[in-house]
Design a protein around this ligand. Structure first.
Ligand code: IMP
Length: 184
């Protein structure tokens, strides 16, 4: 769906579908250069990263690109992520000697990703890097080195392009700021 289909639920459109696609193309060119001659295992974090994964993977101009998926849940008080993570769905791929690129939708506290990276590194990978479409300011508080970041965004609750509120709005083509009346 388009932003116009949920106009009343958004305070603003932060990123259009075109801006997102241009950014993913730009990041893909960097990935192609950085991983030249090596095969990549893209690891998507369900469910938010589905759209980023689909578009990033198709933008990469090499057959040496595999995809696998993980689902994790982060325990925390209320909306605050604690960094204590449980694996709900693990990878099917053996990571020994693999160059892994974690694909994420958004980094907020960064706690989930920092745990995930350490977990994957402990499986004998050749390398583990992170690609996130969006990063919020709080991510700066945690030492998590993110190699590829699409956009730095303000500390607002955003939906669309895979990002949800109560499992809705993931199918919005753009990314928008959710209007407070939707969640209050
Ligand atoms: P953290 O970096 O461990 O705090 O957790 C990041 C996760 O929180 C993301 O993968 C999203 O699922 C969720 N999240 C954080 N900010 C937002 C937002 O603005 N909209 C939707 N989901 C969000």
């Amino acid at each position: 769906m388009e932003p116009a289909d949920v106009r009343d639920d958004l305070t603003e459109v932060l990123l259009t579908e075109q801006q997102i696609h241009e950014k993913l193309a730009e990041i893909s060119r960097r990935i192609e250069t950085d991983y030249a001659g090596r095969s990549i295992l893209l690891v998507g974090v369900l469910r938010g990263a589905v759209m980023v994964m689909a578009d990033l993977a198709r933008e990469l101009k090499s057959p040496e690109v595999e995809m696998d998926w993980m689902a994790v849940s982060s325990y925390g008080a209320g909306t605050q992520s604690s960094g204590v993570v449980r694996i709900l769905k693990d990878l099917d791929t053996d990571l020994t000697g693999r160059h892994v690129l974690i694909v994420e939708d958004i980094i907020d506290s960064g706690l989930t990703l920092s745990w995930l990276r350490a977990n994957l590194e402990s499986r004998g990978t050749a390398s583990v890097e992170i690609c996130a479409l969006l990063r919020k300011p709080d991510a700066a508080k945690v030492e998590v080195d993110v190699r590829y970041v699409g956009f730095e965004i303000p500390n607002a609750f955003v939906v669309g392009y895979g990002l949800d509120y109560a499992e809705k709005y993931r199918n919005l083509r753009a990314i928008g700021i959710l209007a407070p009346h939707v969640y209050t």
